[in-house]
Every structure is written in structure tokens, then in C-alpha cells.
Design a binder for this molecule. Structure first.
Ligand SMILES: Cc1ncc(COP(=O)(O)O)c(C=O)c1O
Length: 381
């Protein structure tokens, strides 16, 4: 049993990489990879050293990469660990924190690997904090605080900003939760936090809070998904245990090099994140003009589109978009809330976003004409 993910476009590109010549026909907006390229400094170092990188063992435990993170992000080395993608960190780290019989809390809907690892591999009875469509899937902080302080959870895992909703808790709110429930371990997944305005990360706070772990993928915000680079920070005893479990050479040499050079070019990425926010804003506006439902802009590099339930389902729209080469994500597998009529759409380049809007418009018109009579009145919430 595995969690469900996007990536259906690989069926067109060819999973054996046999069809890589022309990739421009596809808009892969069902995964949340960056629409922009990695820093030019990353591209230069990779391009100039391909053959050498292929045949050379990387630093065994990514020592230089860890030192760079420590220096650039202001986190003590003793609080830091690195690995081949945050998926690896999640699969190795969560079992150290919780066992069968303990209680855990996650948001609903949220990134599917959390329920998968906790329920399917660790047999934990996971409770859900349901986000409500009526309030635009924002996290009701007062209610979350009450739930967390009254329930003695062993673990609370929060994706911040959350996927697929894009809803964001502030740094102060996360720290308030940590203070209010000192016996609970808070696992904060900051895969998308860099896309929100600055100041929301709690990564440097892990030194002050023994019940805080931050898991940080460099896949999406640094455009390194294919290289599998991530780090986490938390209490030294957790870091030590993780280090014992992490195999040598876990991150490839291209991965370590890219991680270092990317972190050294923060100004490039700050510009890309700011531009992503502009593109997101424009895409949300155009999606709302289609009157298919309501586009929730959120704080990350994606939009949640809540379709009018009187029209086609998310699955119908997703399938119809695929025939135009546009891949979007139907979120039914990410929780019990909002499933059948919600899509998650990655923010892509301006040109690709135009294709997304056109494909969604044609898809819904086509389906509607075929089967669903629909009023033109909105809004639907
Ligand atoms: C919230 C969240 N966490 C973790 C991951 C895994 O990222 P990676 O393994 O590429 O670091 C993803 C990937 O989509 C994600 O959306």
C-alpha cells in the first residue's frame, strides 16, 4: 500500500525515459515542482562537472552541505540532519517519535504521506483536525489550540503552508502551540514556507524548543526535486538517532553540490518566490473569472480550486484536462474534507498558466454540455 501522488504526466514523457525529446506539450501542474530553473550557479556547477560527479563519491555524510545550511540559515550544526529528500526524513523520523497506542493529530485535508506513514506503516490511530470549506480551509487557530492542549497528543504533524489548501499558520502561532503542549512533539513540514512572505519559518526556533522538529525539503522552493535534497532540524537527541539510521552517501554528489550552491544564491530564489506570488495571484484571478467555483490562493506555489458541486466532479475535469496535456491534481486521497469537487493546481510559468486556464474552461464546457446542466450564478460557498 502506498500514498497517492501526482506525476501521471510521466506516462506521456515515458517512465523509461524513451520520449524525452519534446516535453513542452505537457503542463505538469499535478505535482508542485518549481516552474523556474535552479539558480544559474547550480546549473553552471552541474554542467561543468557532469562526468566527474557521476564517478565520484560524495562527502560521506554531506558534511559541507550541513555546514552551509548552518551558516546560511543560522541553525546550529548539532540541530541539523540532511537526507535524500524530505520523504526519506519523514519515513525514518516519524517512527522514532511515536508508537502504536499513542495519539497523533494531522490536518484534513493534508499531504497524503502523513496518514500513510502513521496509519499504514506504524498502525497509529490518527485524529484529524478538519479544515472547513466555509472558512476557505483556513486553520481555526483557537480551535486547534484547544484541541492540542486538551488531548495529550504524542505527535502533531502540520504542513505549513498546508497542501492542498495553502493555508498558513504564522511563526508565532506555531510557537504558541509548542509552548501550550510541551509534552507533544510538533513536526512542522515547511516544504512550501519559502513561497509565503518571509518570517514564517520556525527552523531557527528548534534550538529553543525541545518539542519542535522542522522538516525542510529543498525540492520545490529551490527547484531541486529531481536531485533529492532536504534537511531537518530538531532536538539533538532526535538528530543523533536519525544520524545513526541514515546511510552513508545518502545525498548524491550532484544533490550536495546543488544544495550548497542554491543556498549561496538566496537573492535569486527570493526573486523567484516573489514572482511566483504574482503568478499565483493572476492565476487565481483568472480561475475565478471562469466561474467554475472558487479559487483559494493560499500562501504557497499552488491554488486549490473548489468546483461548484452542481457541475462536473474534480475527477471528470482532471481527466478532460489531460487530453489537452494539462495535468492537475484531484485531492480526494488527501483527506475526507472537500474531496470530490476540489482540484489542486500548481502555479507554473505565465504561458503554462494560460494553458491551464484554457484547458479548465474547455474541459468544463465540454463536460457540462455532455451531462450537467448548470446555472451561471455564483458564488457557490
Ligand atoms: C508537504 C510535503 N512534504 C514533503 C514532500 C516530499 O518532498 P521531497 O521528498 O521531494 O523532499 C512533499 C512533496 O510533494 C510535500 O508536498
Amino acid at each position: 500500500m502506498r500514498a497517492i501522488h501526482g506525476g501521471d504526466f510521466w506516462k506521456v514523457w515515458g517512465e523509461e525515459f524513451q520520449d524525452l525529446e519534446d516535453r513542452s506539450d505537457i503542463v505538469p501542474a499535478d505535482v508542485l515542482d518549481a516552474w523556474f530553473e535552479p539558480s544559474p550557479r547550480v546549473i553552471e556547477v552541474l554542467s561543468n562537472n557532469v562526468a566527474w560527479m557521476c564517478r565520484t563519491s560524495p562527502p560521506t555524510h554531506a558534511e559541507g552541505f550541513r555546514r552551509t545550511i548552518s551558516r546560511v540559515r543560522g541553525i546550529a550544526e548539532s540541530a541539523l540532519l540532511t537526507s535524500s529528500g524530505s520523504s526519506t526524513i519523514l519515513f525514518q523520523g516519524l517512527p522514532l517519535l511515536i508508537k502504536a497506542g499513542d495519539r497523533a493529530l494531522i490536518l484534513d485535508p493534508t499531504y497524503g504521506e502523513y496518514s500513510h506513514v502513521l496509519e499504514n506503516t506504524l498502525q497509529i490511530c490518527v485524529e484529524r483536525f478538519a479544515l472547513q470549506a466555509e472558512s476557505g480551509f483556513e486553520v481555526d487557530f483557537a480551535a486547534l489550540m484547544k484541541r492540542v492542549t486538551n488531548s495529550a497528543y504524542k505527535l502533531v504533524a502540520l504542513v505549513n503552508p498546508n497542501s492542498p489548501t495553502g493555508s498558513l499558520l504564522s511563526r508565532e502561532q506555531i510557537l504558541e502551540l509548542c509552548k501550550a503542549a510541551p509534552e507533544t512533539m510538533f513536526w512542522i513540514d515547511e516544504t512550501y514556507v519559502d513561497y509565503a512572505s518571509t518570517g514564517n519559518s520556525v527552523e531557527t526556533d528548534t534550538e529553543s524548543f525541545r518539542n519542535l522538529i522542522v522538516c525542510k525539503s529543498m525540492s520545490k522552493a529551490y527547484a531541486l526535486s529531481g536531485l533529492r535534497v532536504a534537511y531537518a532540524c530538531g532536538p539533538p537527541d532526535f538528530v543523533l538517532k536519525m544520524n545513526t539510521l541514515t546511510p552513508p552517501w545518502a545525498i548524491s554528489l550532484p544533490g550536495q553540490l546543488s544544495g550548497v550552491y542554491a543556498l549561496l544564491d538566496e537573492s535569486y530564489y527570493l526573486g523567484r518566490w516573489a514572482l511566483t506570488r504574482e503568478l499565483r495571484h493572476l492565476l487565481a484571478k483568472e480561475l475565478n473569472q471562469l466561474r467554475l467555483g472558487q479559487a483559494l490562493e493560499g500562501a504557497a506555489n499552488f491554488i486549490m480550486l473548489m468546483l461548484d458541486p452542481r457541475g462536473p466532479t474534480a475527477l471528470e475535469v482532471k481527466n478532460a484536462c489531460e487530453s489537452a496535456g494539462v495535468f492537475v491534481r484531484e485531492i480526494g486521497s488527501m483527506g475526507e474534507t472537500g474531496g470530490a469537487y476540489s482540484l489542486r493546481i500548481a502555479v507554473r510559468s505565465a504561458e503554462e498558466n494560460r494553458r491551464i486556464v484554457t484547458a479548465l474552461e474547455s474541459a468544463s464546457l465540454f463536460i457540462e454540455q455532455a451531462s450537467h446542466p448548470r446555472s451561471t450564478q455564483g458564488p457557490w460557498l
